[in-house]
Design a protein around this ligand. Structure first.
Ligand SMILES: O=C(O)CCC(=O)C(=O)O
Ligand SMILES: [Fe+2]
Length: 320
């Protein structure tokens, strides 16, 4: 039975798998991804490409004139190796196989040091309609372990409910705290930590070799471990992907209960094209709802695309 969700996350996964005619290797990858919510691939990239990406990152940090410990957002716009890692055809093929739709790389994050992020699922930041058409791809640009603050995952947590602020808060307007880091830490991260403790979920610590790739489902709970050896680098890159024929939105900036969605088009890193999104072959009619959010309404004006464009321009101004 087909559901309106990625086949690899479907409760009918085994039945759908038999219809797919996958190679034994791909079937094994899909099984792992279905079970754990993530998979590890080795030997995908040339060492020279990895070294080039590190060189580009070092240049970026040198130009800043400070050792910036924070993540570098969207370096792909100016750094060719970062862009190449984000649009690698083999990774895209694997994502296409797992999700059954064309993947769209839309954001890169580069880290010189471990993020030490508390446990979270990326679905608090990104979501799609239909849900779950989002994936993260992490590339180890050097060896990572407990010393330099590697990643940890909660296998199977992709099957937990999708927690956005409408679950954690009891307010009509959940977007009022969008971008408030303190609020995110005090509410979302604290909630996630309490839940993990309560259900006794055990993390799996990832020790990656240089060049290892991890693909994870957007709802998989993960985080960065503390850096045990102070000052040790952990060069890495994360690329986030959404998928063709979905509507992309930011849940933290949306009022979920009132249906005021923070929808946005994205630039496809691989093609340079702006991807507007749609819903299973249907245009999504949007109606301005104030505060840069949109109602999905069958009664919206015909020129919804123009409205989205205006929204994009306003959004660009706020974020640049
Ligand atoms: O690199 C890390 O430590 C975590 C990155 C992460 O959580 C993300 O990009 O979604
Ligand atoms: Fe994350």
């Amino acid at each position: 039975m087909e559901l309106n969700m990625p086949w690899v996350e479907s409760p009918f996964f085994e039945e759908l798998l038999t219809k797919k005619n996958l190679s034994p290797e791909d079937a094994e990858l899909a099984r792992t991804y279905h079970r754990d919510g993530f998979l590890v691939l080795s030997g995908m990239f040339d060492e020279t490409l990895i070294d080039q990406a590190v060189k580009e990152m070092n240049k970026h940090y040198d130009q800043l004139g400070v050792v910036q410990k924070d993540r570098a957002l969207n370096l792909w716009q100016t750094k060719p190796a970062v862009k190449q890692l984000a649009s690698d055809p083999k990774i895209m093929d694997t994502l296409q196989m797992l999700y059954g739709r064309r993947p769209i790389p839309f954001q890169t994050l580069n880290f010189k040091y471990g993020s030490q992020q508390r446990a979270h699922s990326d679905s608090i930041h990104f979501q799609s309609m239909p849900q779950r058409y989002l994936a993260g791809v992490w590339v180890a640009l050097e060896e990572t372990n407990e010393d330099n603050g590697t990643l940890q995952y909660y296998p199977g947590s992709q099957r937990w409910p999708i927690f956005d602020y409408s679950v954690i808060m009891n307010q009509l307007e959940t977007a009022q705290h969008a971008g408030d880091v303190q609020f995110y830490e005090d509410n979302y991260e604290t909630f996630m930590e309490a839940m993990i403790k309560d259900i006794g979920a055990e993390p799996e610590v990832l020790r990656a070799k240089k060049g290892d790739v991890i693909i994870w489902a957007a709802n998989l709970v993960h985080g960065g471990l503390p850096i045990r050896q102070k000052g040790r680098t952990r060069f890495s890159q994360v690329t986030h992907y959404f998928f063709e024929d979905c509507l992309y939105y930011n849940p933290s900036h949306s009022n979920i209960v009132t249906g005021e969605w923070s929808v946005a088009s994205q630039i496809n890193i691989a093609t340079g094209q702006r991807e507007w999104g749609s819903y299973n072959g249907q245009k999504v009619p949007l109606k301005k709802a104030g505060d840069s959010r949109y109602l999905i309404s069958r009664h919206a004006p015909k020129n919804w695309r123009d409205l989205v464009f205006l929204f994009q321009k306003a959004w660009h101004k706020v974020t640049h």
